[in-house]
Ligand binder design. Structure first.
Ligand code: FAD
Length: 497
């Protein structure tokens, strides 16, 4: 007999993950009569960081029905066109990982090969000259990509920087308008069915009770349901990703907004700089095996453009993932399911990807274990793909000589990454599965930026003489230069908060 549909969903946690889940489920389940309750504790609070996103955020914002102008105003958001990596190849080095693609319109896959061929033939030109998003970002110019595949503007890409607390508040009002009920209080008791082991209710220290058929654990790094109650287990990846703490501190807003994130290599980790409308977010992500918390704090404050406008906050974490993220009737989304580190701003993406998987595998009350297995399988794979991309940054840091960086250089890469790097070196090919998050342009940017040089390219190009290939590459470069100059300068999208 078919099990009954889910009638009550309970979300534990009101951080970015909790309210993103509430906003998405309240939209997707709008006409099903499913009751959604969210339990959160102001006393515990949220992690309070998570300000940079990647372009997949557009997908989520559209799914829940967000108007861009309203969202940007409400969250102090600015445009983000990529990430500048400073110092990762030693002091003075810099490259940009731009969103969007390299080359001219419709040439995203082949252009990197044309460029590699031109470089091998002696062309001395930086990678950034060949991505409109990168050129525009460096010049402080911005426009949205056009949908016309013949236009150079179709190669652009962007995401946002925003205030994570304001984003959660914005989503909360949206979810509450759609009927989500919020219970404030610290969960003090978790009731479970003796036979199935399913969670049946959360009871707060005030005695409020949230009973449900399906529980979404968005309780943050501790994973109150998935780990502390159901013992999912954790796979620690700190041998590859050595940073395990961060100091975060805001500073005064910029007068001219930089449309990209900066990730600046430091002695024992790296520092982020994220411009919002109403402040600049700063943080030093560091390895506590290679520096002390006091030294890291001082290093952050000394490196900031202007003094902190609030006390720096320390956050500790262990990079890795839960071994299982769906057990029985509990699904973990957000930090409760694992956290790698913020270098490529992937955490909010992983939240929305968790939500997308939940929607497509949405269970009935029996929570078919086959759905849970599939959820876990895709999630594990996604985490490994992101992990490899991050390790590439840490491992390929030839110009850095400090002990942390030397240790990263000496730690063997996972086989999956080593194979990919080798393949790129040999043939210029980046072999990706169809569902991988980071695509050719991102791998190409970071491989080159981190000093991996391709010695081959797609041999189909040999049908064209080298001189003609070079002329084509130079023509694209000139078109990008001209187009970037014609774009409007970045202005505050709306008056500062
Ligand atoms: P939290 O924000 O920790 O929320 C947990 C919720 O659970 C809170 O509401 C809390 O009150 C509630 N809760 C916990 N226990 C109980 C209980 N017993 N009773 C009731 N309620 C409870 N991501 C990005 O995409 N981009 C970035 O730039 C980025 N930067 C980051 C920088 C750092 C240093 C770190 C550590 C993370 C960063 N992240 C970033 C990740 C991002 O912050 C998180 O993915 C995001 O904020 C989601 O957090 P969360 O909602 O899962 O957990």
């Amino acid at each position: 007999m078919t099990s009954a549909p889910i009638g009550r969903v309970v979300i534990l946690g009101g951080g970015t993950a909790g309210w993103m889940t509430a906003a998405a489920l309240s939209k997707a389940l709008e006409n099903t009569g499913t009751a959604i309750t969210l339990v959160e504790s102001d006393a515990i609070g949220t992690i309070g960081v998570g300000e940079a996103t990647i372009p997949t955020i557009h997908w989520f914002n559209q799914l829940v029905g967000i108007d861009e102008a309203e969202f940007m105003q409400a969250t102090g958001a600015t445009y983000k066109m990529g990430i500048e990596f400073q110092g990762w190849q030693g002091p003075g080095s810099s490259y940009l990982h731009p969103f969007g693609t390299f080359g001219g319109p419709g040439d995203a896959t082949m252009f990197p090969h044309r460029l590699i061929r031109a470089w091998l033939g002696g062309l001395d030109a930086p990678m950034e000259d060949f991505a409109l998003t990168a050129r525009a970002a460096r010049q402080g110019r911005f426009t949205r990509p056009t949908g016309d595949p013949r236009s150079l503007l179709s190669t652009l890409g962007y995401a946002y920087h925003f205030d994570a607390g304001l984003y959660a508040r914005f989503l909360r009002s949206m979810a509450e308008r759609r009927g989500v009920v919020r219970i404030e209080g610290k969960v003090a008791r978790i009731d479970r069915d003796v036979d199935s082991g399913f969670v049946t209710a959360l009871v707060t220290d005030r005695g409020d009770e949230a009973s449900g058929d399906l529980f979404i654990d968005c309780s943050g790094l501790r994973g109150l349901l998935i780990e502390e109650t159901l013992s999912a287990g954790f796979e620690d990846w700190s041998h590859w990703l050595p940073c395990d703490a961060a100091w975060a501190a805001p500073s005064a807003p910029e007068t001219t907004i930089t449309p990209y994130t900066r990730a600046i290599a430091m002695e024992a980790g790296w520092r982020w700089r994220i411009p919002l409308q109403h402040r600049v977010g700063n943080g030093y992500v560091f390895s506590s095996a290679f520096t002390t918390t006091e030294t890291a704090r001082d290093a952050l404050v000394a490196a900031m453009d202007s003094p902190p406008i609030a006390e720096p906050r320390l956050i500790r974490f262990t990079p890795g993932r839960r071994k299982r993220s769906w057990i029985g009737n509990v699904v973990a989304i957000g930090l409760s399911s694992g956290f790698l580190e913020p270098l490529e701003s992937t955490s909010i993406h992983l939240i929305q990807s968790g939500i997308a998987k939940l929607l497509s595998l949405f269970p009935r009350q029996d929570c078919d274990p086959g759905l849970a297995r599939r959820f876990d399988q895709i999630f594990q794979r996604e985490m490994e793909d992101v992990r490899d991309f991050l390790i590439l940054h840490y491992h390929m840091t030839a110009g850095r000589t400090e002990p942390l960086w030397q240790a990263c250089q000496a730690t063997p890469m996972p086989d999956t990454l080593a194979t990919r790097v080798e393949q790129y070196r040999r043939s210029g090919r980046i072999i990706l599965d169809t569902d991988e998050l980071f695509r050719d342009a991102s791998w190409f940017a970071v491989m080159n930026g981190q000093g991996v040089r391709a010695m081959g390219y797609n041999p189909m190009l040999d049908a064209t003489p080298a001189a003609e290939n070079l002329r084509h590459v130079e023509a694209v470069r000139a078109a990008i230069r001209k187009s970037a100059q014609e774009l409007p300068p970045v202005v505050r999208p709306i008056p500062a908060l």
